[in-house]
Design a protein around this ligand. Sequence first.
Ligand code: GA4
Length: 318
Amino acid sequence: MVVASPCPIGSERMRRMGLPVIDLSRKRTHVAELMVRACEEYGFFKVINHGVNREVIARMEDEGRDFFSGPASAKQRAGPANPMGYGCRSIGFNGDSGEVEYLLLHANPTYIAQRSKARHPSRFCSAVTEYIEAVREVACQILELLAEGLKIPDREVLSRLIREGESDSVFRMNHYPCCKERDASHRVGFGEHSDPQILTLLRSNGVAGLQISVEDGVWVPVTPDPDAFCVNVGDLLQAFTNGRFVSVRHRAMANSFDTRMSMIYFGAPPLHAQIKPIPELISPQNPCRYRPFTWAEYKKAAYSLRLGDSRLDLFAMD
Ligand code: GA4
């Protein structure tokens, strides 16, 4: 069975009003309901009052700025990007590229400590570790609220996967230099794709660039918001929810006036984790859409394809 590419029903509303903004300090049941709706209709939402300390965010941003404005030799020392490290323009293994330089890190404290080639390694390490811990906590809170909103009795069925010590989560900092190019195709920083993991939490400096695909060829810009995290459903969450939530394609454009920096946490399970639709979300009206697979299998498929290729269809039931 080929699963139709999701066309969120709320696309017209999103064009007019922007992404739903969910206040995490509001009543739990209400928040859970709004989140489920956002994941079904848009695959994206923003969260405010998330509790991440401003200083933790500011320290991480300072380290990012320091790294990207540093000498090329220091950046090269932190490379290559594959499997993890510094990369410039080239994305993945199959010829994708964009107007971006980035730092890709495994979101595991031991790994960060080993790989840190920043100018001030211990300061960099503690900024990244603190930031990741704080953002992981928000991701877990969101996944637990989603389980609650979906009426799944085991509230930690999803959050447990990214809380685990062996979780294969990733932290990425993207730096998009200011690009005066008029032709939009030359300003693509990070091309159209969906995120393979469970859940993504993104924060950017106040510069616009993120765009969401609402239907073929129609892009809606996301307004940058320094007080919010932009959250999106990843492919694995679409599979876990048996297609009820949508992993929506998005891209990042280089800004024509300013440089943009984003910091992104991709919450993923351990490599050996089994991914299959949660039983409570399978019914005669909505039969099981995906065959069981491991995150390692899925990751391998993702890296063997181009950035914009659909991958979840490969795991759909016949
Ligand atoms: C998209 C989401 C994350 O940034 C990422 C990316 C990864 C990479 O840049 O190395 C991928 C891309 C992302 C999707 C398909 C594969 C893998 C490049 C690529 C062509 C780190 C991830 O996990 O998947």
